[in-house]
Each structure stands twice: as C-alpha cells, then as structure tokens.
Write a new protein. Structure first.
Length: 559
C-alpha cells in the first residue's frame, strides 16, 4: 500500500511541476503547452505606408466624448500635419531619445550602455517606429469643451529651442510649440539630465481665447503585442502594460484581455504610474505630484495597444498659462534605481506571485555582489547562504533518506519473499518502518518547505538585468545567455543523477526507473537556460550531494 502511495505522490508531484510550469507560461503571456490559444496578428504585417498614413488624416474639430474614450477616438484618427515630420535627438551617457515634431512624441529610445551581442553590439532599442516594432510615448491635451480642439499627440509642432551638447554631463533641452490654432497654445519642454534613463517634460498651456477653458493633460504609451526579439522558447517573462495605484498597487494587463475587453484595473487614483513592461526593460509615465488621474488601456488597431493616464481638470482663464510636469522613463529594470525614482516603480521587475520572497533575495544578492563584484560568484555565495539557512531542515530530510536507503535491502528481500501476498507486504513494511523508526515521508516534507524560496530565487536570476553581458569565469561571458559549450548543463545533469543514486531506491521497479528518468527529462531544459540559472542549480546540487554524502557516511549507509 505504501508503495502505491509513494508512486501516486511522485506522479502527482511530477505532473504538478509540469502544470506549474505551464501556468507560469500562461501567467507571463506565453502560449500554454496544452490547448494553445490563437496568436495575435503580428506587427510585421504593417508596411511603412500603413504607419505613415496614421499621421495624415485630419483631427475632427469637435469631439464630444470625454476621458479615455476621447483619446481612443484620437488614436484611431491621425494628425493635422502642416509640415513634414522632423526628428531631434537628446543624448546623455545612458540614454538616447529621438523626438518627433509630430505631437512632440518620443519615437525611439536607445540604451548606450546596454548592447546586443547578436546585433554587432549595437545599443539596445526599446521604443521604436518601424516595420518590426511600434512602440511610442505620447502626450497631449483634451478637454470637456466640445467646441475647442486642443493640441494633442498628432498636432504638428515647431521646434523653438534646442540645447544639446557633445558634453553629456550637461543637461540637454528641447522645446516644441504649436502654432496656437483655435487660441490654445501648447509648449513642450524636454529636459534630459546626465546619467539618467528618464526625461522630464513640462507641458505649458497658454489660453489665447476669450473664454475659460478646462484642459486635461494625458500621457500614454502605445505598443504592438509582439513578444520581444530573442525571447526564449524554454522560459517566459511578462510582456504588456502595467499600472500602479495606491489602492490596488501593481497590476499587469494582458494584451489578450485588452483584445477581449476583459481588463479590470483601478481606473481612478490620486497616485501611481502607467508602464509597458518586457524582459529586462520597461517604460513608464509618471506625474510629478499627487493629483486625480484617470487610468486607461485600449486597443488602437490590429495588434496595437495603449495604456495611459489623464490628469484632473484645471481651469484656465483667458490670457493665463498653466504648467504641468510629467516624467517619462525608458530603461533597464535596475531595481535600486527604480525604487529611488518613484515609489512602486521597482515592481515592473516582475517576480510574479513570489515577490514577497524574491525581493529580499535580490536585496541579499545585490549586497553580496557589492562586495564580490562578480555576479557569478555572488550567485554561488547566495546559494551557500541559503543552504546554511536550511541546513537543519535538509539534515532531517537526508537522515530520513539515509535510513530509508539503509533498510532498503531488507524491504527488497521481504517483497521478494512475500511477492504473492500484497496485503502482508504492506503489514511487514509498516512493521519494518516502525522498528527502524523511519518515516517514509520524512525526506520529502523538509525539501517541500524550501521549494518556494528556490523558485523565488529562480525568478530573481531570470529577471536581473545586471547580469546581461556579464561574465563569470573562463568560457562564461554572459550569465544571461546559455552556456555556449553546455558544460554547466552537463555538470548539472550529472549531479542530478548522482543525487538520485544517493537517494533510496524505490521498491517498485517502475518507480525506480522514473526516479532516473525524471532528472534527465528536467535537465534537457537547462541546456537552453541562461548560464546564471544553471549555475544556481548546479551549486545547489553540489552542496546537497555533499551534505547527503556526509550524513550517509555518518550513519554508516553505503553510498
């Protein structure tokens, strides 16, 4: 009976691991292994002419809808371009932004210290406007005044000031202005500070009409629904919009939920941000102060989506002006920098449902690396500290397994002797366990307690952008990429098999074979995992083997 229970438990455990992996895939926007869903249309189906058409259609002079519905209508129509689009570049040591005269939109961002080895070490691009990617940051004005068309992200603007220098230690400034059609003038002033991944944008509204107006500033990010280039098929991270509010904190939005009108988020708040998130990188709009805001997410076109905020209404008397500050971030998910920039912004580095464990693990890893200055050795050191923390629990598990292995010959002999009497086998087995003071489940429970911690550490290592292009030793030149010679995965496979050998052999022959097949099956994935993740598992395996071997030797169990 106990053999059957153990077999069932192993089957449930194995199947649960597969289902858990599958749910991680779904949770992070990947196709499930079972019952795949229909793919969204890809952005590459858009031609250059498709993209350019969006900038030529006239905006209607009167829009009676309000809030996000009004912006939705703006997004589906395109701008009154009185001049050909011109682009201007702001650049510091970290960030290069390309800004268009059409609406003063940010149409490209490049990270000068983050390079892509697969693309001749060119800087990583996040925002872009091309056949392969549509990813833009926009802002503009809307109002409740049905008879006034406010300047928006499609209104043609004129560059009125451009202060840029080759000395990237100086602030870079760019100013755009509308021509003041309909009596409402909008001036956008971009300020890029040294060493930052964000740009401050001041929106100055001047009321040149003879009546009081009520402008609202909106900011939005639009993006196609394609996964990032180079994403692995063996592990997945979330790609899509996210919002943060005081009430519900961090909420992710699946593209498919926008597609199916199933988005349920906090849509009004006095605090928070909107973001677009993908593996390692994020962009986000933030207001500089606490103010009432409406949050929205929309489908703009086939495979094109937006997320944005609308600030509360402010009254502007004739002849007066109004300044409203906003900040746009586009950069890597460096947790410490994001925490300093805006409370809660570090959550774009998504650890999923184990954030409560993952954040302190990252903090500890970060502190270790501050002393070792090598992320590879920092991973090794962190796993050592975790093994020390769980030493007693592991010792109890390994003692139980050692005792099971010690009595295994006696059980095998008894099973052979009573092979035609299954009920008596169970009774004799229980008797042996009682006499030897062995708990068959004693080796499983202590290890199960640790599983959430090691899964959380898995997500920490998978999400940490600081490991991109970071070497460890010798042949490992990038901890975020697979081992080019598969040395670490092979060692991990061997250590997994050694662990199986040290464990007690199940009496049931089928179960015994499964014990050898499972580590081989799971090891296949590690040949395609980032080297940092494999290093973590390998270190854990080596330490587990060492502890188990010593306990077996101490208890006189043949290894």
């Amino acid at each position: 009976m106990n053999d059957i229970k153990r077999t069932i438990l192993w089957v449930i455990f194995g199947f649960s691991m597969v289902l858990l992996w599958d749910q991680w895939q779904v949770y992070n926007g990947k196709k499930p292994m079972f019952f795949p869903q229909k793919e969204l249309t890809t952005a590459t189906e858009k031609s250059d002419s498709d993209i350019k058409v969006n900038r030529t259609t006239e905006i209607p002079k009167s829009i009676n809808e309000v809030g996000s519905n009004k912006i939705d209508q703006l997004n589906k129509q395109e701008g009154s371009s009185s001049q050909k689009q011109k682009t201007f570049v702001l650049k510091n040591q970290n960030l290069e932004l390309t800004i268009s005269s059409d609406g003063g939109s940010i149409i490209k961002s490049r990270f000068l210290k983050q390079t892509d080895p697969k693309n001749n070490n060119e800087p990583i691009s996040l925002l872009d406007e091309s056949k392969q990617r549509i990813y833009l940051a926009q802002s503009g004005l809307i109002g409740n005044d049905g008879n006034i068309a406010f300047p928006n992200h499609k209104t043609a603007m004129i560059m009125t000031k451009y202060q840029h220098s080759e000395d990237k230690n100086e602030k870079q400034n760019l100013e755009f202005s509308t021509e003041g059609e309909n009596g409402i003038k909008l001036i956008k002033t971009f300020t890029l500070s040294p060493d930052q991944y964000y740009v401050d944008i001041k929106h100055t509204v001047i009321n040149e009409t003879k009546e009081t107006v009520s402008p609202k500033l909106y900011v939005q990010i639009i993006r196609d629904g394609n996964k990032p280039d180079g994403e692995s098929d063996f592990y997945s991270t979330f790609t899509g919009p996210a919002v943060y509010t005081q009430e519900k904190k961090y909420e992710k939005i699946e593209f498919k939920d926008i597609e199916n009108n199933k988005v349920s988020i906090q849509n009004k708040s006095n605090y928070g941000y909107v973001a677009m998130v993908q593996h390692y990188y994020a962009s986000a709009w933030m207001f500089s102060d606490e103010r009432e805001r409406e949050i929205y997410s929309k489908k703009i076109d086939t495979n094109l989506y937006s997320v944005g905020m609308i600030s509360g209404t402010k009254t502007l008397e004739p002849g007066n002006k109004l300044d409203t500050e906003a900040r746009f971030y586009s950069g890597p998910q460096e947790e410490k920098n994001l925490e300093d920039l805006y409370p809660g912004l570090e959550l774009v580095k998504d650890y999923g449902w184990l954030t409560i464990l993952a954040k302190p693990l990252y903090w500890l890893l970060y502190k270790i690396n501050a002393n070792l200055d090598n992320w590879g050795w920092s991973i090794v050191a962190l796993v050592v500290l975790l093994k020390i923390a769980f030493f007693w629990l592991n010792a109890q598990a390994y003692k139980s397994m050692a005792k099971m292995k010690a009595i295994n010959p006696k059980i095998m002999e008894m099973r052979e002797r009573l092979k035609d009497k299954p009920q008596q086998i169970q009774m004799e087995m229980m008797k042996i366990y009682k006499e030897e003071k062995v708990n068959p489940m004693g080796g499983c429970l202590p290890i199960m307690v640790q599983i959430p911690v090691f899964i959380a550490l898995y997500w920490v290592l998978l999400s940490t952008v600081e490991m991109r292009n970071t070497p460890w030793i010798a042949w490992i030149n990038d901890l975020s990429s697979p081992d080019p010679y598969f040395i670490l995965p092979l060692l991990m496979t061997l250590t997994s098999l050694m662990q199986t050998w040290l464990n007690p052999t199940p009496p049931d022959p089928i179960q015994a074979k499964m014990m050898w097949i499972m580590p081989l099956a799971f090891s296949v994935m590690f040949f395609f995992f980032p080297a940092g993740l494999v290093l973590y598992w390998l270190t854990n395996n080596i330490l587990s083997i060492s502890q188990q071997w010593l306990i077996n030797k101490k208890l006189g169990v043949n290894n």
